[in-house]
Design a protein around this ligand. Sequence first.
Ligand SMILES: [Zn+2]
Length: 148
Amino acid sequence: MGYDVHRLVEGRALFLGGIRIDHALGLLGHSDADVLIHAICDALLGAANMRDIGYHFPDTSDATLDMDSKIILRKTVELIAAKGYRVGNIDATICAERPKINPHIPAMQKCLAEVIGCGEDAISIKLPPLRKWVLWDVRKAWLRMRSA
Ligand SMILES: [Zn+2]
């Protein structure tokens, strides 16, 4: 399981699932801040017991500044392959109110499948219905996880 959060800000292009989405806001981060790819990389590394994305791609390094996250994903797949693992399937959930993500899902699946080298039907991208209390509850759950 992987998890990632970035803030939406003005003056940044929005990259999600390897594609660029037209939107007034973009995700703030050191690389291109593709939050979906980061969470996928974290999940793959964790499943292979190879620490996390920050360990392999530190956000303090010049090498990862404004980096295309597809490169991070490609390298992550190579890292786990070196330990004898390959990607079976991916089940991802995006929590975002805006922009509308649904129309972009097929393009994301195609892009991610190409980078990973798997079939598009091995990539599931889900959008839960969001309410304010859901976000609040996730935050509390996260705190509970950290204090457990
Ligand atoms: Zn991230």
